[in-house]
Design a protein around this ligand. Structure first.
Ligand code: GLU
Length: 478
C-alpha cells in the first residue's frame, strides 16, 4: 500500500518594509514560526520590498530588529524581492508566451474614463479586457504597456481557508490583474505567487486584509501549473474602540514595546492569545506554545488590543523570569536612564522586592534609580508631608545613631530607628517616614532597614544632611 508523502512544512513571513514591524505583522510571524517549528518545518523571512519609495534600509532593519528581539529566528533569508526581478521577468515572459498574460496598451486616461463610467452605472470598477484579444499585428512592444494576467472569465475559485472556512469567488468578479507595470516592475499579487511557489511554501498565514487577493493569486498558481499553499487569514487586531489598530491607539511598532518596558516573552505570550486560545489558560511558556498552538484553532473573530492585559502579563513575566535572564533586558532601560549598577548594591538583592511592584522594565529601572544614583530634589509631595520641622530631631538623632554603627546591617539599622522612636516617645512611622524620604527622595520603598542597608552608609548620611537642610530652609521661610 502506498502512503501519500507528507508535504514538508515551510512557512514564511513576508512583510513589506514600511517603517516598523507592526504588532499585527509580528503576530502572523509568530503563528507562521510556531507552525514551522512545531512541525519540524522551515521558516523563511522574505522582504517584500518592491515598493522602492517606501522600502528604505532603515525600514528593513526595523523588521530584522523586531524579529530578533522577539526571538523569531528564520532558517532562510532575509530574501529580498528586489533581488529576484530576473526571475519574475522570466515567468512573465513565459506566461505571455503561453498566452496566459498579455500586453495592455490602454492609456491611463482610458482606464480612468472606464472607471468613471462603471462607477456611474454602479458597477464594480474593473478592466474590461480590451487588449486581451489583440492580434499580433496590433501589438507593438516599443509602445508603453503593462502586462496583464488573463484571469479565467468563467467559473469560480474555491479554497478552504484554515481560519475562514470555505471561500468562493466567481471569476467574473475578478478582472485581468496587472502583473508588470509600464516600467517592467512586477506587482505584489504576482511576486507573492512566484515566491510562494519557488519557496515551496506549504501554509501562508497572513492578515485577512489579503483575503481578496487570494483568489487572484490562486488563479496565477493554476496558470503556472503549481499547487497553491494552504491559506490561514487571521482577523485584524482592533483598538479599544473597535477600529483597526493603528498608531492612534498607541504603540504598534514592536520596538516601541521594547522601549516601553515589555519583555519579548510577554509580548509573544500576549500575541499568541490575541487570536488563539487554549481553554482559559493565559500564560504559555515557549514549550507550551510549541506544543499547543494549532493554526486550525485560530479565532475567527477579530480581537481587540488591551494594554492593561499586556501589562499584567508583563508583570507576571518580570516576576517569574530568572534574574540572569531578566538583566540583559533591564540593562537596556538602565542605560537609557543612565543608571550604573556598579554604583550601588547587588541588584539581585533588590529585584525580587521591586519586581512585585513593576509592570514594566521601565518602571523597574526607575524604582532602582535611588539605590545607584544621587538625586537633586526630594519628591515635592513626600517632602511636604514628611520633611517638616517636627521631624528634625528624629532625623538628627537617628543619623547620629546610624553614623555610630560599625556594621551596616539591616538589623542594626532597625535598632537605631526603634531606639530613636522610643527615646522621643513617638511612633516608629514618625522616624521611619522622614528617614525614608530623606534617603530615597520619595515616600515609597521596601522596609526601611533594607532600604538603608542597600543605599549604604555614606550615601545615607549625605542624604539625611540634605533633608535636614531642606527642613532648615523650610523653617527659615516660614
Ligand atoms: N507583504 C505583504 C504585507 O506586508 C504580505 C503578503 C503576504 O503575507 O502574502 O502585507
Amino acid at each position: 500500500m502506498s502512503v501519500m508523502p507528507e508535504i514538508p512544512v515551510i512557512t514564511r513571513f513576508a512583510p513589506s518594509p514600511t517603517g516598523y514591524l507592526h504588532i499585527g505583522g509580528a503576530r502572523t510571524a509568530l503563528y507562521s514560526w510556531l507552525h514551522a517549528r512545531a512541525n519540524d518545518g522551515q521558516f523563511i523571512l522574505r522582504i517584500e520590498d518592491t515598493d522602492l519609495e517606501r522600502s528604505t534600509p532603515e525600514a528593513v532593519q526595523a523588521i530584522l530588529d523586531g524579529m530578533n528581539w522577539l526571538g523569531l529566528t528564520w532558517d532562510e533569508g532575509p530574501i529580498f524581492q528586489t533581488h529576484r526581478f530576473d526571475r519574475y521577468k522570466e515567468v512573465i515572459a513565459k506566461l505571455v508566451g503561453q498566452g496566459k498574460a498579455y500586453p495592455c496598451f490602454c492609456s491611463k486616461q482610458r482606464i480612468d474614463d472606464l472607471r468613471e463610467t462603471q462607477m456611474q452605472n454602479k458597477e464594480k470598477p474593473r478592466y474590461d479586457g480590451l487588449c486581451r484579444e489583440l492580434s499580433a499585428s496590433d501589438i507593438d512592444l516599443s509602445k508603453p504597456h503593462v502586462i496583464r494576467f488573463k484571469n479565467p472569465k468563467d467559473g469560480v475559485v474555491t479554497f478552504k481557508d484554515v481560519v475562514k472556512g470555505e471561500v468562493t469567488i466567481a471569476n467574473k468578479e475578478l478582472d485581468d490583474l496587472i502583473i508588470a507595470r509600464t516600467d517592467g516592475s512586477p506587482t505584489y499579487n504576482f511576486t507573492v505567487v512566484i515566491d510562494d511557489m519557488d519557496m515551496k511554501i506549504s501554509q501562508v498565514v497572513r492578515g485577512d486584509d489579503h483575503l481578496n487577493n487570494t483568489p487572484r493569486q490562486i488563479n496565477i498558481f493554476n496558470a503556472l501549473g503549481a499547487t497553491a499553499p494552504e491559506f490561514a487569514h487571521v482577523p485584524m487586531i482592533l483598538g479599544d474602540d473597535g477600529k483597526k489598530l493603528s498608531k492612534r491607539h498607541g504603540a504598534v511598532g514592536i520596538m516601541q514595546f521594547r522601549d516601553d518596558g515589555y519583555l519579548p516573552q510577554a509580548v509573544l505570550n500576549y500575541l499568541i492569545r490575541l487570536g488563539w486560545s487554549h481553554g482559559d489558560q493565559e500564560i504559555f511558556s515557549m514549550k507550551e506554545m510549541l506544543e499547543l498552538f494549532d493554526i486550525n484553532n485560530i479565532n475567527k473573530a477579530p480581537s481587540a488590543f488591551n494594554t492593561d492585559k499586556l501589562k499584567w502579563l508583563n508583570q507576571q513575566y518580570i516576576k517569574a523570569t530568572p534574574i540572569s535572564e531578566l538583566l540583559p533586558h533591564l540593562q537596556w532601560h538602565l542605560d537609557q536612564q543612565d543608571i550604573d549598577l556598579n554604583n550601588g548594591p547587588d541588584v539581585a538583592d533588590l529585584i525580587p522586592e521591586f519586581s512585585e511592584r513593576s509592570q514594566t522594565l521601565d518602571e523597574l529601572a526607575k524604582a532602582l534609580t535611588t539605590y545607584y544614583k544621587d538625586f537633586e530634589e526630594f519628591d515635592a509631595k513626600a517632602a511636604k508631608k514628611h520633611l517638616r520641622p517636627v521631624a528634625k530631631e528624629a532625623l538628627q538623632r537617628v543619623k547620629s545613631k546610624l553614623n555610630a554603627l560599625d556594621a551596616w546591617q539591616a538589623e542594626a539599622i532597625q535598632g537605631c530607628v526603634n531606639d530613636t522612636a522610643e527615646e522621643l516617645e513617638i511612633g516608629m512611622g514618625k522616624v521611619g517616614m522622614p528617614l525614608r524620604v530623606a534617603v530615597t527622595g520619595g515616600g515609597m520603598s521596601p522596609a526601611i532597614d533594607l532600604t538603608l542597608s542597600w543605599i549604604g552608609k555614606e550615601r545615607c548620611m549625605t542624604r539625611i544632611d540634605m533633608a535636614l537642610e531642606f527642613i532648615a530652609n523650610r523653617e527659615s521661610q516660614a
